[in-house]
Structure formats: structure tokens, C-alpha cells
Design a protein around this ligand. Structure first.
Ligand code: MD3
Ligand code: FE
Length: 217
């Protein structure tokens, strides 16, 4: 009876699918955390507002970023790094709220990575037209730990390639509440996000927010 009830509401029924070796897509996994998660994000953004970072090549990123946790990912003319201090405020990044820690650790366990304790959460904000070019995440010290990503708001087309930049990317539509755990070989695969299509999300408005939880050191 419960199963029938949930089958009538496919959007809120979590599911698990393999995307690549070590990459597991948990559709809808974050929906159960939403009521606590969204207010927690609002508090973080009050303390550490979204900003457009400059790449070492001198380009302003179309994605706006902030962080929470004991270190945060930053980019400037000198390069990419994890830093304990927010360069905008010269203060430590906001602490990682318990609900974020729990979401990341629960998703990682579901995908077979027990004891995931990320110290960094990078928070990306996309407005229509914003994109993230194909890249690898290599600024972390421990590639054995997975990265957990949480998609909120407008849907995005996620581009997922291989170990070589030239590997043709597969396209996945990531929606509000979807969580992906990237471990194993896929941890170093090239990936990116296609320009965000315009739209209006009932809870999040005209934007997409993506959280990536990382073990930075
Ligand atoms: C696959 N963010 O912040 S999340 C990033 O939607 C980033 O904002 C994208 O790529 C976003 O670095 C994609 C999915 C993701 C994150 C990290 C990965 C996929 C990954 C690391 C390795 C492999
Ligand atoms: Fe990335």
C-alpha cells in the first residue's frame, strides 16, 4: 500500500542508479532534508555572500560561489586553493551546519562510502545562462574520498566525460533534490555544467544551487 502511494508521486521517491564506475546517482535523496537544509543555506549566505571568483587566467566565473566548513575553495589570479579564511571578509568560513554534515554522510554511506567527514562544502549558484566549463577536481589531497554533490532549484544538464579532456561527455539532467556520490575512478573524470536554461522553481526561484562536499586534506 505504501509502495502504491509513493509510485503515484514519482518525484519524491528516492532511487539509485550507477552513472559510471564509482559514481552513484541518488535521485531525490536531499528532499527529506529540505526543510532544515534551505534555512541553513540562507544563514550561510548571509555570513558569506555569493561572489564571482576570478580564474588564474583572469576570467570572471559565471557561477557565483561561497563555502562553509573549516576550509573553502577559492580561486584568484595566483591559482586555486582551499583556504580557512574567506578572502572577502577576512574571517573564517561559516561552520558546516549539522544538517549538511548528515546529508553528506548519509548519501556517502548509501553509495558505499562509510565515515565520510568532509571539511569543505563549496556552494555554487547558477542563474540562467551560467555554466561551468569541463574540468577535473584535483585541488584535494585525498582522491580516495568521494565528493558528494547536491542539486537544488532549477534543473541542469550535467556533462560527464572521462579521464581525458577529449572523452565525449554523457549528459545527465540533475534536478532539485538529486544527490550524486563521485568516488572510485570517476572521482577524477572531467565534468561540467551546460548553460542553465531559464525557468522558475517553486522553492528556489530562478536559480540552481549546487553543494559539493569535499575532503580537502
Ligand atoms: C565528478 N560542480 O563544484 S556537481 C564543482 O553542478 C562542480 O556545480 C558542478 O563541478 C555543479 O567542481 C557539478 C557534480 C560533481 C562535482 C564534483 C566532481 C561531479 C564531479 C568531482 C569529480 C567527478
Ligand atoms: Fe567539479
Amino acid at each position: 500500500m505504501t509502495a502504491d502511494l509513493f509510485e503515484a508521486i514519482p518525484d519524491v521517491r528516492p532511487s539509485r542508479e550507477a552513472m559510471a564506475e564509482g559514481a552513484v546517482l541518488l535521485r531525490g535523496f536531499a528532499r527529506a532534508f529540505e526543510a532544515e537544509l534551505l534555512p541553513a543555506l540562507r544563514e550561510i549566505v548571509k555570513q558569506a555572500p555569493f561572489r564571482h571568483l576570478i580564474t588564474p587566467g583572469g576570467h570572471r566565473m559565471s557561477v557565483a560561489m561561497t563555502n562553509c566548513g573549516s576550509v573553502g575553495w577559492v580561486s584568484d589570479s595566483t591559482g586555486y586553493r582551499y583556504d580557512a579564511i574567506d578572502p572577502e571578509s577576512s574571517q573564517p568560513w561559516p561552520a558546516m551546519p549539522t544538517v549538511l554534515r548528515r546529508l553528506a554522510a548519509d548519501a556517502a554511506s548509501d553509495a558505499g562510502f562509510n565515515g565520510f567527514e568532509p571539511e569543505a562544502c563549496l556552494i555554487n549558484r547558477y542563474v540562467p545562462g551560467a555554466k561551468l566549463s569541463l574540468h577535473q577536481d584535483k585541488d584535494e589531497l585525498d582522491f580516495a574520498a568521494p565528493i558528494v554533490s547536491v542539486s537544488l532549484g532549477l534543473p541542469a544538464i550535467f556533462l560527464f566525460g572521462g579521464l581525458k579532456r577529449a572523452d565525449k561527455p554523457h549528459r545527465y539532467r540533475l534536478e532539485h533534490g538529486d544527490v550524486v556520490v563521485w568516488g572510485g575512478p570517476s572521482r577524477l573524470f572531467f565534468h561540467g555544467v551546460a548553460p542553465l536554461a531559464d525557468g522558475e522553481h517553486a522553492l528556489m526561484g530562478r536559480q540552481r544551487i549546487n553543494l559539493t562536499f569535499r575532503k580537502a586534506r
